[in-house]
Design a protein around this ligand. Structure first.
Ligand code: ADP
Length: 248
């Protein structure tokens, strides 16, 4: 498999007027093309900080990030943040507009994605006419519009109830696989991570260091919802659960 992203000894210190906060220390991992990777860890440990650094929203303090061939990474935010006054299509075109990449070809690419993934009849409607699942799909298509090689997903489904989360995890997973993308998702939901991923990276509590990395080889790999029924699903769940420093 082709390695497309390598992170070595990543460190992040936040400087506040009162103190320095070490958020990430000695984070190293690599990502192969087409892989789905999840990063799990206790709340507040530094998961989103990793994605913010990868997407250049934040500077690292030290360490190396090597991305092959000028590949593009695009960040899908925690809430869908669709603008209520723009149509579904115009919401999906916003990244292209900001990057001055909006042309006929790219617009048609987005229309094609909307049609392929069940939002064709909503192209000229506003986000308030979409269900929760459709909103997530719309946000994903907005992220795909700039044709990224790697998608960064930040707890993309955390705002939803359990049933919707399962359905949308399947939805997002299928679209990412069909479009042949690589994905890095942060989540605090161990079951979601195992059910969607080829690899799960477990972080310690803050400062986040890597506790363990699991290659997930489920018997009968299928959709994320079906994967939860695999014989060895609980094996991974128990291992990851015991690695997590959860204080309640
Ligand atoms: P997670 O995504 O795992 O919940 P974050 O990456 O959002 O965690 O944050 C990790 C830690 O970094 C937090 O516990 C917080 O203390 C600190 N932190 C995050 N953002 C800032 C900031 N802008 N300034 C200072 N500290 C921050």
């Amino acid at each position: 498999m082709k390695k497309i992203l390598e992170i070595n000894n990543l460190k992040k210190i936040y400087h506040t007027p009162k103190e320095e906060i070490l958020a990430l220390d000695n984070i190293s991992f690599s990502v192969n093309e087409g892989e789905f990777i999840s990063i799990v860890g206790p709340s507040g440990c530094g998961k989103s900080t990793i994605l913010s650094i990868l997407s250049n929203l934040l500077n690292k303090s030290s360490g190396e990030i090597n991305l092959k061939n000028n590949y593009i990474m695009a960040y899908m935010l925690q809430n869908d943040s669709l603008l209520p006054f723009r149509t579904v299509l115009d919401n999906c075109l916003i990244g292209l507009e900001i990057q001055h990449l909006l042309n006929e070809e790219n617009k048609n690419y987005v229309i094609n994605l909307l049609n392929t993934y069940g939002l064709g009849e909503f192209i000229n409607k506003y986000p308030n006419s979409l269900s929760g699942g459709m909103r997530q799909r719309c946000a994903l298509i907005r992220t795909l519009a700039v044709r990224p090689d790697i998608l960064l997903l930040d707890e993309a489904t955390s705002a939803l109830d359990y049933q919707s989360r399962l359905a949308i995890s399947d939805d997002i997973y299928n679209i990412i696989k069909k479009e042949g993308k690589t994905a890095i998702m942060v989540t605090h939901d161990i079951a979601q991570a195992i059910s969607m991923s080829d690899k799960v990276i477990v972080l310690s509590k803050r400062p986040a260091t890597i506790k363990s990395i699991y290659e997930i080889n489920l018997t009968n790999k299928s959709t994320p919802t079906e994967n939860r029924k695999a014989n060895n699903f609980n094996y991974y769940y128990d291992m990851i659960w015991s690695d997590l420093d959860v204080n309640i």
